[in-house]
Write a protein that binds this ligand. Structure first.
Ligand SMILES: [Zn+2]
Length: 439
């Protein structure tokens, strides 16, 4: 690395002007396949009203079988009269099932035909007591909807991985950590490696949805665990312990004695089971824990398992709200926290209002650093764009809005932290990538 040692957050705007370089530039939390899928598919990121919905040109690649699939809507961007309801989709798309995933990937918006196909209209009526189900599914129900889509073919997967590779490399990222791997992704990635088309260094984490699905993910992982290739490093298992702030499903404490809000997606018993099985084969566990209560519960459970003599690597994903008492509990664990400063840029408009006095517990890069808990930075692509400068900007700006300032060079947390990566240097000037050197 050159010229980076002396930077602090006060000098951050200089990154836009100066030249600098980063060794082994790392995005520590991405969804590789989804990044390519969104680039080729229907992106709803700028959707604001029904006219725009009507104006969507329906391309063949937007469909999975007969299902129209889109990604990226955010109701915070909608015009006042644009209703987030299945009736809106029914008016525009009455003839085929529609499923649109929210920008945070934790909710989806469906038309009536899609709800019927999933057998969810009655389900919603019964379980929610709603006479007029909205067509919004969250977390597990949302995943049922997504997993019901006809799967991508092998060649579609290969195409998407290659498209995503171009996206990451165009931003200088030569090392990525994938959070949504499975057997099919591995097969496609392996094929690219064999053909000499894989240039990025990729760590793979196999996602599971619940305890039953865990057995499948573990089996798939074990089949490739020792099959490391020059660019592919299978690491372990990934699961979602809670949801997101944007979907209202992050598990947050309301304060001492005030209870909690949000969703816990795994029982303690099931999580302990998964920790034991995963650590027993020497694999890493990566847990999506976004709210302070989620992080606290996960850390306490990991301590219990470790105290019984079995320990392993714990990666905590997002850690967007974190209590100081939890940081103290982290210290004896083999822990690494993966943060995405760019989420702050997207959340800032409602963050203070949502978190109130908990705002000082949000985006805890400086508090984790001071406690010497290892951290890495990433983008959560395609939830946010894989863009180094977005993260640098978030760190620079957030210190004026209640987030404790990072007092060291943030590029340090964008470098691949292990010894087994390929040697690369990404060079930037005037806020843009100029060159990647391959060693
Ligand atoms: Zn993610």
């Amino acid at each position: 690395m050159q010229e980076t040692g002396s930077y602090t957050t006060d000098k951050l705007p200089k990154y836009r002007l100066d030249s600098f370089s980063v060794n082994q530039l790392y995005d520590s939390h991405v969804h590789w396949l989804n990044t390519g899928d969104l680039a080729l598919g229907l992106n709803l990121n700028t959707l604001r009203n029904e006219d725009q919905l009507k104006a969507i040109e329906l391309k063949e690649e937007y469909f999975r079988g007969e299902w129209l699939y889109g990604f990226g809507w955010d109701e915070n961007k909608f015009d006042l009269d644009f209703e987030l309801h299945r009736a809106t989709l029914d008016r525009v798309f009455p003839n085929f099932p529609v499923i649109f995933s929210r920008a945070d990937g934790h909710s989806s918006w469906l038309n009536s035909l899609a709800l019927q196909r999933l057998g969810m209209i009655d389900f919603l009526l019964l379980d929610k007591g709603e006479l007029n189900p909205s067509g919004i599914l969250r977390e597990r129900e949302h995943m049922i909807g997504i997993l019901n889509l006809p799967p991508l073919t092998h060649s579609q997967i290969v195409d998407r991985l290659l498209v995503a590779q171009e996206i990451f490399l165009s931003q200088g990222f030569t090392h990525i950590r994938d959070m949504a791997s499975d057997q099919r992704l591995w097969n496609a990635a392996r094929e690219l490696e064999n053909q000499g088309k894989l240039r990025m260094h990729v760590e793979l984490n196999f996602t599971c949805e619940d305890r039953v699905d865990f057995e499948r993910a573990l089996l798939e992982f074990k089949q490739v665990q020792t099959a490391k290739t020059p660019h592919l490093k299978p690491r372990g298992i990934k699961l979602y312990f809670d949801g997101s702030l944007g979907s209202g499903t992050a598990l947050l404490g309301r304060g001492p004695g005030q209870g909690v809000e949000g969703l816990q997606l795994w029982s303690h018993e099931d999580l302990v089971y998964v920790l034991n099985k995963t650590w027993a084969i020497g694999a890493e566990i990566s847990i999506h824990a976004l709210g302070d209560e989620a992080v606290d519960r996960v850390v306490r459970l990991c301590r219990q398992v470790s105290a019984r003599g079995l320990s392993g690597i714990l990666n905590l994903e997002h850690v967007q709200v974190l209590r100081n008492e939890t940081i103290q509990l982290m210290k004896p664990l083999h822990i690494r926290c993966h943060l995405q400063p760019c989420h702050w840029l997207s959340d800032r408009q409602w963050l203070a209002q949502r978190l109130k006095d908990k705002i000082v517990e949000a985006f805890p890069w400086e508090r984790l650093r001071l406690a010497q808990v290892p951290i890495c930075f990433g983008s959560d692509s395609p939830i946010e764009k894989a863009d180094l400068f977005q993260n640098l900007e978030a760190i620079a700006l957030s210190k004026d809005e209640g987030i404790p300032a990072l007092s060291v060079d943030p590029l340090k947390f964008h470098q691949y932290p292990y010894q087994d990566g390929c040697r690369t240097i990404s060079e930037f000037a005037s806020g843009k990538l100029t060159q990647i050197h391959w060693g």
